[in-house]
Design a protein around this ligand. Structure first.
Ligand code: ZN
Length: 436
């Protein structure tokens, strides 16, 4: 019985619980670092791979010797070692993008994990519930949605907004069958957040901070920089209490910004997956897209600042995260996600299929085909082209609902036109992003 859904709630510890959780959070971080150090050391010295089953015995010994480790509940310590196993597994897995497990710094978000057997949750009333954690007692949390399953694991964490409790839950929900909804292509742009081929206007992310919040964030950051300079000059680098308060205020604002972005992304991907039978997206390499233009000392890059600004908007729009969400949501809501080769989608005419950079005169938002004269918003044109490519890449025998975008398409059977450079990859590329 594996956890197949996540639930996260705002937690409200008492003053004593707050102190205990902060202490545990730092212990958990230190334990992760020590355990990682031990594994690295053993590998370096003896080419020996240490796993959690064995490391748990060292943990038990350490818990009797060292008070600060003994303070952390045993199950939490063991869970951390199992998580380290997972981090190594992901690193070894060539299909996973994880890098070598990193050490956790002091500024890292605090979090204490527990296995599902160690916790017990109960509902207090319509809006509140509490969870019993080992050695801590009952911790209250705001029941903003129902759990809907069996708890498989629990994690208490803290960010700029305060404490949270998250559960890995086994819901046993079966994925929907094919939903028979229309197909669409989505162009995730930089200026427009997402342009869906069946719609006439882009879906834009509203500014994630209000004007006042932006102003306040800027002022706080300036004050922080000033105070750090002062601390270095007169205080031996020690942070004052005022400076720490300010850092917490900045964290609150940046957390809020991140939450709003996440909210937008989730609503967008849920809506796309629920209301479409086939979704085409560009198969983009986010890492190379957002690479710095800095270059090397011998060969300095051009337009470094401009690229940095573009990177910020690319990452603002979180293309990798949107794809990840679409993958599991499409599976859940009976839709098919197809990642199509991204070559020249923005220069290809969706009506006649001509690839010509000249169709994007002046790099504006307008697309005007140099052959057939087809005119459209450039991002919408790209999304129609993505849809056409996705239909070709869709798995056979997949019945699609009618009524997809035919606003601009005069072609009955869309053809994929890929320039020579992309042809080789095209043959392998248009596979459904998940198999099921
Ligand atoms: Zn054309």
């Amino acid at each position: 019985m594996k956890a197949d859904a996540g639930r996260k709630y705002r937690a409200y510890p008492t003053a004593e619980q707050d102190q205990v959780l902060i202490r545990w959070g730092h212990t958990a971080r230190a334990l992760w670092n020590v355990a990682l150090e031990q594994r690295v050391y053993l590998w370096d010295q003896r080419r020996y791979t240490l796993r959690s089953a064995e490391q748990c015995q060292y943990l038990t010994a350490a818990r009797t010797d060292l008070n600060w480790i003994g303070d952390l509940p045993a199950q939490a310590g063991q869970q951390i070692l199992r998580q380290l196993d997972r981090a190594y597994d992901n690193f070894w897995n060539p299909r996973h993008s994880a890098r070598f497990p990193a050490r956790k710094k002091r500024g890292h978000h605090l979090s204490v994990p527990f296995p599902g057997q160690a916790v017990e949750a109960r509902k207090l009333n319509r809006h509140w519930a509490e969870v019993r954690l080992p050695k801590l007692g009952w911790l209250r949390f705001r029941l903003s949605r129902s759990l809907g399953g069996t708890i498989r694991n629990a994690t208490v964490s803290r960010d700029g907004n305060g404490w949270h409790i998250s559960f890995g839950v086994h819901t046993g929900r079966k994925p929907d069958g094919p939903n028979g909804k229309p197909a669409c292509g989505v162009d995730f742009g930089v200026s427009a957040s997402a342009f869906v081929s069946t719609e006439s206007a882009p879906r834009l992310m509203t500014p994630t901070l209000t004007a006042n919040e932006r102003k306040r964030l800027k002022a706080l950051e300036q004050r922080k920089a000033r105070q750090i300079t002062y601390a270095k000059k007169h205080n031996g680098g020690a942070y004052s209490r005022r400076l720490r308060t300010m850092i917490a205020q900045i964290a609150k604002l940046t957390t809020r910004r991140a939450n709003r972005r996440r909210d937008f992304t989730h609503k967008l991907t849920t809506d796309l997956a629920k209301n479409h039978g086939l979704i085409g997206i560009e198969d983009l390499r986010v890492k190379s897209m957002s690479k710095s233009a800095k270059g090397t000392a011998e060969k300095p890059g051009k337009n470094v600042r401009a690229k940095a600004g573009l990177n910020r908007s690319v990452l603002d729009n979180a293309p990798g995260e949107r794809r990840r969400q679409l993958e599991y949501k499409c599976r859940m809501y009976g839709s098919v996600l197809v990642a199509v080769p991204p070559f020249h989608t923005s220069q290809t005419c969706a009506a006649c299929g001509l690839v010509d950079p000249g169709s994007r005169k002046g790099c504006g938002r307008l697309f005007a085909c140099t052959r057939c004269g087809h005119e459209d918003d450039a991002d919408h044109n790209a999304s129609v082209e993505i849809e056409a490519r996705a239909r070709l890449g869709a798995p056979p025998g997949r019945s699609l609902g009618e009524g997809g975008s035919d606003i601009n398409s005069t072609r009955s059977t869309p053809k994929v036109r890929v320039p020579a450079s992309g042809r080789r990859r095209m043959r392998e590329a248009p596979t459904p992003a998940h198999a099921s």
